[in-house]
Design a protein around this ligand. Structure first.
Ligand code: ADP
Length: 477
């Protein structure tokens, strides 16, 4: 686990990014909500209070008009109302006449003084003016007093009231918001930490399982099915492991087969040599006979090694193919010409039948080997006075070769295996004939390299037919 969360890697981990995402997504909305809540509360409270003050001032304004206060500023009723308003709103009320002189001040500080603030001047033009000073916590309202008939502005009323209750409410709200914010922060952090750990857990398990597999490949199987993604990775991984195991098995099997096949001629040679050495005064004929047997075993060893090298080369140069336009009729004729003397030893008739001339894009060396192997087998696994028929045909896309013999045939059980390396249907016979068990494996590899197909049809005792289908034009893809 520690490897995953070492300092240098933590900022690169999925877990860190998930943590960040959950953290930001969880915290940001609450921060925005808290700040917009206190802002809108402040605006709403100020506007409600301002409207209320204006309405109270209008009542005062009506009283001033009815008492004709600007003409005779002695009205007890007006004075009492000014004091009342001042007390209710914890503020200062001033009545200013159209000469900008204060004729009443609830604080009794500015009577007869002139007030020329921009708000008062604006209100003298007949408009209500209001101002909020959040920092110093007060609301200032200036309302014109207009004569009811003419609409003439006779003066203004200025109210400067404290807004500390609003400020206190906001402070109280902020404190609560802080506590709530802190709680949200802790909650979001917990969710982010545990949530991210939970989300990445399957990936950590996956990596731990893979690490364990390095020690024992035998029971290697990944099964992390928590998410669609880990499920897919598990299946893909298991497929890969299965293929690796298969490759490893066939490699081991091949190596053990090779060792066995290479050892067999050596063992025979050793037996022959030992039996000669153990006898005294061995007659010259026996010596010659044994030495011929040893030479035959050396040839066999040589054949196996050559076939192995061909096969390995075909495997390794998979896709490496030397394509040329080749006259297939001539190629077959040449192979048959070379093999007829061998067939003649057992009086086997080899016939080539074709109705047309076929030119195809093939690797000449490999194609020669394919036909040689098939015809050689047809001769080898034949009977004396037997026959071998080779046919060639073609259509627009492919050419077809069949190699048919009336020989010993292959039993049903062996038929599916004959293209396997070192497989021999009739072991004793094949060895006696000098087969390596690699010929058909080489043939198949070469045919596949040409993107062709090879099929076999056989009946024990009745003969065998190999059918090839190969594209006339070799395409790289
Ligand atoms: P080998 O070197 O033993 O001939 P091959 O790979 O060429 O190896 O063939 C594999 C086996 O298939 C042979 O051992 C033989 O038993 C069988 N076989 C191949 N061709 C024929 C055939 N034309 N008739 C009967 N059996 C055949």
């Amino acid at each position: 686990m520690s490897r995953f969360f070492s300092k240098s890697r933590i900022f690169n981990s999925i877990r860190f990014y998930i943590f960040l995402l959950v953290f930001v997504a969880g915290l940001l909305p609450s921060l925005i909500f808290a700040s917009s809540l206190s802002n809108s509360y402040e605006q709403k409270s100020v506007s409600t209070e301002t409207i209320e003050i204006i309405s109270q001032i209008r009542t005062l304004s009506n009283r001033i008009l009815s008492e004709n206060y600007f003409e005779d500023p002695t009205s007890q009723q007006v004075e009492a109302y000014v004091d009342l308003l001042s007390a209710i709103y914890d503020g200062r009320i001033m009545i200013i006449n159209k000469d900008y002189a204060v004729i009443s001040d609830s604080y009794h500080l500015a009577e007869n003084k002139t007030v020329l603030s921009s708000e008062v001047i604006a209100a003298m033009q007949g408009v209500d003016v209001s101002n909020y000073d959040g920092e110093n916590a007060f609301i200032e309202v200036v309302v014109p007093v207009e004569a009811s008939e003419t609409g003439e502005v006779l003066g203004v009323i200025l109210a400067s009231v404290s807004s500390t209750d609003i400020t206190m409410n906001i402070e109280y709200m902020s404190e609560n918001a802080m506590v709530l914010g802190f709680a949200v922060l802790i909650l979001v952090t917990i969710v982010a930490v545990f949530g991210s750990a939970r989300i990445v857990r399957p990936f950590i398990r996956m990596s731990e399982n893979i690490e364990k597999m390095q020690t024992s490949m035998e029971e290697a199987e990944l099964s992390i099915l928590d998410y669609e993604e880990t499920r897919k990775v598990s299946y893909a991984f298991n497929d890969l492991i299965a293929r690796m195991k298969q490759t490893e098995e066939s490699r081991q099997e091949f190596v053990s087969n090779v060792s066995h096949e290479l050892k067999t001629p050596l063992t025979s040679m050793k037996v022959l040599a030992d039996s000669l050495n153990s006898q005294e005064d061995v007659p010259a004929e026996l010596y010659r006979e044994f030495m011929e047997d040893i030479a035959a075993e050396i040839d066999r060893e040589n054949n196996i090694i050559n076939d192995l090298l061909t096969l390995v080369k075909l495997d390794r140069t998979n896709g490496e193919i030397n394509i040329n336009s080749v006259n297939i009729n001539e190629l077959i004729e040449l192979v048959l010409k070379r093999l007829r003397p061998i067939a003649a030893r057992h009086n086997i008739e080899v016939v080539f039948e074709t109705q047309r001339n076929v030119i195809a894009e093939v690797d000449e060396v490999k194609m020669t080997q394919v036909i040689t192997n098939l015809v050689e087998n047809a001769i080898k696994y034949n009977t004396d006075d037997g026959w071998v028929h080779v046919t060639l045909n073609a259509d627009a896309a492919f050419f077809y070769i069949t190699v048919e013999d009336g020989g010993m045939g292959i039993d049903e059980e062996s038929l599916p295996h004959i293209f396997e390396r070192f497989y021999r249907a009739d072991k004793s016979h094949s060895r006696e004939i000098g087969g390596t068990g690699l010929g058909l494996a080489i043939t198949r590899s070469a045919v596949l390299l040409h993107r062709g197909t090879i099929k076999v049809d056989s009946q024990l005792g009745n003969g065998t037919t190999f059918s090839l289908r190969i594209p006339l034009n070799y395409r790289t893809k």
